[in-house]
Design a protein around this ligand. Structure first.
Ligand code: G6P
Ligand code: MN
Length: 445
């Protein structure tokens, strides 16, 4: 099996490779091709991978290239984890929104729209090339904003592109653990869009245990989302939201906390990773060790301002690594070996949520086998959740429209219609601000 990793010079690639190193079964990935537009970053990550592979006899062979078509040819799986505009772009996304007094965050609200506008044209180009050069490949999309980008790619690849995220798994795992269950034995009833979903039930041996959690203040106070959202609000919702919904339900506080923080998450990571890539350029520096130290610091500071402001406390150590690499590996195994698995994935709706059309990409439990990911039937969302999901999907559609047509008016509409952007004037200024700094938005006219 050949796996091509786009964004192969990315900081989290060693996590994916680490997951592959633990897979010794037949049908495993034996060849990894890293692709990146930046040769220096490729060299840095290739060094980390080589050190990680030391002593593993069946370690997948790794090659690296800056030629996209060469990387895609003959791929069985394409894992896309690119960041158009880099972390500098993310820092700009966050800063410009916060300066307007609205949420500046990687994937949610104005920042996420700017990121999407920049990323969709590149993702569409990749999808077209995959369709031409590796028409039988499965594309696993981790490129954020993952739901939107998966939908953009699905217009060219149909159901051969599947979006992944670690946040639903992490949430399901925490809820299961609080209820005293092993995560593997729990059925998590989770649905929504990427970074916009709710756990509405958690069945253990067929019985929904979520009501027991919602009724117990001690249990609710004992895990992260319980503290982040508060027992009363969780009871009112009758569900446990994805942590990203904190940006909606406590928007004012989140914006305040992020403005107070001074440096955004993107700016922190930009500086931190610049240190890492500069460090590994020196052959005397042990690459894996530096990578691991940088990774630990990154994980320990994840969403820190937001969490602290909400009194949610620190993330438990065993939960620090979100585990997206394990989702990716489980997905590849299920497809390559026809090993049935249930995973929460981003796929086309196909009638599952009646409020959305069939092509809308949603995040939902899927049965996965050699034929791909099949969404399972779920209960409808309550009105308030359907409202949010439909509003945000409408924004995503405007982003796709702007990316296709190059229309600045469509871009303004995308920002203006977002529930976390409170004025059309703000939307206009955001488009002005973002197009002034992002070369990747020069196509908007
Ligand atoms: C989670 C989300 C990802 C997101 C990441 C941000 O893992 O699922 O979609 O990119 O958090 O973390 P960071 O450390 O980059 O702020
Ligand atoms: Mn995610």
């Amino acid at each position: 099996m050949k796996l091509t990793i786009l964004g192969g010079g990315g900081f989290r690639v060693p996590l994916v490779y680490g997951a592959l190193l633990g897979d010794h079964a037949d049908g495993r990935v034996t060849r990894v091709v890293l692709h990146d537009v930046d040769a220096g970053r490729l060299r840095a990550i290739a060094r980390v991978l080589a050190e990680r592979a030391a002593g593993v006899p069946d370690a997948p062979e790794v090659t690296a290239t800056t030629d996209l078509d060469e990387a895609l040819g003959g791929a069985d799986f394409v894992f896309s984890a690119i960041r158009v505009g880099g972390l500098e772009g993310r820092a700009d996304d966050e800063r410009i929104a916060l300066a307007e007094g609205v949420l500046g965050q990687e994937t949610v609200g104005a920042g996420g729209i700017a990121f999407g506008l920049r990323t969709v044209p590149v993702a569409v180009d990749i999808a077209r090339r995959v369709a031409r050069l590796a028409p039988d490949a499965w594309v696993i999309n981790f490129t954020n904003p993952a739901g939107l980008v998966t939908e953009a790619m699905s217009r060219h690849l149909g159901d051969r592109v599947i979006g992944i995220c670690d946040s639903p798994v992490g949430l399901g795992r925490r809820v299961a653990r609080v209820l005293g269950a092993r995560p593997a034995e729990a059925w998590v009833d989770y649905v929504g869009l990427n970074h916009l979903g709710w756990v509405r039930g958690l069945r253990i041996a067929g019985r929904d245990e979520l009501p027991r959690l919602l009724a117990d203040p001690v249990l609710l106070g004992s895990f992260e989302e319980g503290r982040l959202f508060g027992a009363d609000w969780l009871r009112s919702l009758g569900a446990i939201p994805n942590e990203y919904l904190h940006y909606y339900y406590f928007n004012r506080e989140a914006v305040h906390a992020y403005r107070e923080a001074g440096r955004t998450r993107g700016a922190f990571l930009r500086d931190q990773q610049a240190g890492f890539y500069a460090g590994v350029a020196d052959p005397a520096v042990p690459a894996l060790e530096l990578w691991d130290r940088t990774r630990a610091e990154r994980e320990a500071t994840y969403m820190a301002e937001n969490r602290e402001a909400a009194g949610a406390g620190e993330r438990e150590a065993e939960d620090l690594s979100g585990g997206y690499e394990n989702v990716a590996l489980a997905l590849m195994r299920a497809i390559a070996r026809d090993e049935r698995a249930t995973l929460i994935l981003n796929v086309r709706n196909r009638g599952t949520l009646a409020a959305l059309d069939g092509d809308a990409v949603i995040e939902i439990p899927c049965l996965v086998d050699a034929h791909g990911a099949h969404p399972v039937a779920v209960d409808p969302l309550p009105g308030h959740a359907t409202g949010l999901v439909c509003a945000v999907k409408a924004v995503e559609r405007e982003v796709l429209d702007a990316a296709r047509s190059g229309s600045r008016a469509a871009a303004v509409k995308a920002f203006a219609l977002h529930p976390l952007v409170d004025s059309v004037n703000v939307a206009r200024r955001l488009v002005d601000g973002y197009t002034a700094v992002h070369p990747g938005l020069a196509y908007l006219r």
